[in-house]
Design a protein around this ligand. Structure first.
Ligand SMILES: *Cc1c(COP(=O)(O)O)cnc(C)c1O
Length: 390
């Protein structure tokens, strides 16, 4: 009996990966020596900020940072996260019980259902959305109920539309504001509505705040600003996009002590903590969240956003000017679906964008541009896009 090709059945339940065709076409274009401009990846093109790298360089030489870093994260890191939360959102957190260090927020997002969901439960997932919400529910033996995010409702889910039997069976609801891929923000009134809904139906809200600090308009609230939210809400924060630290793997979860403790119990059996030196560098980041280098980066993204949005508008695309995230979520030209739009843009302009349908069926009709491309290249891409006849 051969076991070399054994794959667990749960892997078959994962949604299909829809970017294969575009990925292949992009690889072929690059291999053929074409000058590809890539708006596809949601990964900053800028280096980690200097003041953080400098702290890391010191921290890595300190032997106290070399062993396992067991537990919920160093107390220094959890205190820095709590202090940041107090400054930024006016929310008091107990570093001992309400903050948990993560190996990047994706790690915590992926493990939360193992800590908070029973097999057979329903998990409410926004669509279009970050694919990990669905995959982690599958791994926990749950089923998903899609909450469509429509432009007409500001890409917020319509909670009244969730059927009664689904509310009954649901134990977890994913939200993500500022949102990837739509770049929508949630006002505090929506946070209040969601918290009241969760309380009424005994559902845990898991809010993915990976983009909370990447803003150009009014800063987005934390769901924990709502009175009593800690009873029904856990929020995931990340240093990845805020400080160009995607490769470093550091984020944190905040919320009620019970949920944080359940997630810590799962993690205690899976990983052995974030490298101590990374946690020390992360303290430097959180202590200096208003650093000139952070503001300079936001200015760069804001300029890129303006150049791209203005340029697309001149080309008759209906581009908006998002208040947060580094994404533009742009309707496809009339008569084209997202896959065909992305394919034509790649074939005819050597420009990569992500087809919206890759984020779920409700993402159809849009393509996503990530602002991880410098201004000069954005202008070049716009020149090329202008030559396509739709
Ligand atoms: C990038 C991203 C994350 C993951 O960030 P890490 O902290 O690097 O794991 C989580 N959620 C969304 C929506 C993202 O786009």
């Amino acid at each position: 009996m051969t076991v070399t090709n054994r794959r667990a059945k749960r892997l078959e339940q994962l949604p299909p990966y829809l970017f294969i065709e575009i990925d292949r076409a992009k690889e072929e274009a690059i291999a053929a020596g074409r000058d590809v401009i890539d708006f596809g990846v949601g990964d900053p093109d800028l280096p980690t900020m200097r003041f953080i790298v400098d702290r890391m360089a010191e921290a890595i030489r300190d032997p106290k940072n070399h062993p396992y870093s067991l537990g919920r994260g160093t107390l220094a890191f959890r205190r820095a996260a709590a202090a940041f939360f107090q400054r930024r959102f006016g929310v008091e957190l107990d570093p001992a019980t309400e903050v948990l260090a993560l190996l990047g927020s994706k790690e915590g997002i992926g493990h939360l259902p193992l800590a908070a969901v029973n097999p057979g439960d329903v998990v409410l997932t926004p669509e279009p959305g970050y694919p990990v919400y669905v995959c982690s529910a599958v791994f926990a033996g749950a089923t998903c109920h899609v909450m469509p995010l429509e432009a007409d409702n500001g890409f917020l889910p319509v909670l009244e539309d969730i059927p009664a039997h689904v509310r009954q069976a649901a134990s977890l609801m994913w939200l993500n504001y500022p949102n990837n891929p739509t770049s929508a923000c949630a006002p505090l009134s929506f946070c209040e509505e969601a918290v009241a809904f969760a309380r009424e139906h005994g559902i845990l809200i898991a809010q993915d705040a990976a983009y909370s600090e990447l803003y150009f308009g009014p800063p987005s609230p934390s769901f924990l600003q709502v009175d009593g939210a800690k009873d029904v809400c856990v929020e995931f924060h990340s240093l990845s996009k805020t400080y160009n630290m995607t490769g470093w793997r550091i984020g944190f979860a905040v919320g009620g002590a019970d949920t944080v403790s359940a997630l810590a119990a799962v993690k205690g059996n899976l990983d052995s903590g974030v490298f101590g030196a990374v946690q020390e560098a992360a303290c430097a980041a959180l202590d200096n969240s208003d650093h000139v280098e952070v503001r300079a980066m936001l200015d760069i993204y804001r300029r890129r956003r303006d150049v791209l949005a203005d340029g697309l508008t001149r080309l008759n695309w209906k581009a908006n000017r998002p208040d947060a995230t580094f994404y533009l979520w742009v309707p496809c030209p009339q008569g084209y679906d997202s896959m065909t739009t992305a394919k034509r843009i790649l074939d005819e302009a050597d420009v990569v964008v992500v087809p919206g349908v890759g984020f779920g069926r409700c993402g159809e009709g849009f393509v996503r541009f990530a602002l991880a491309v410098d201004e000069g290249r954005i202008r070049e891409a716009l020149d090329r896009l202008g030559r396509i006849e739709w």
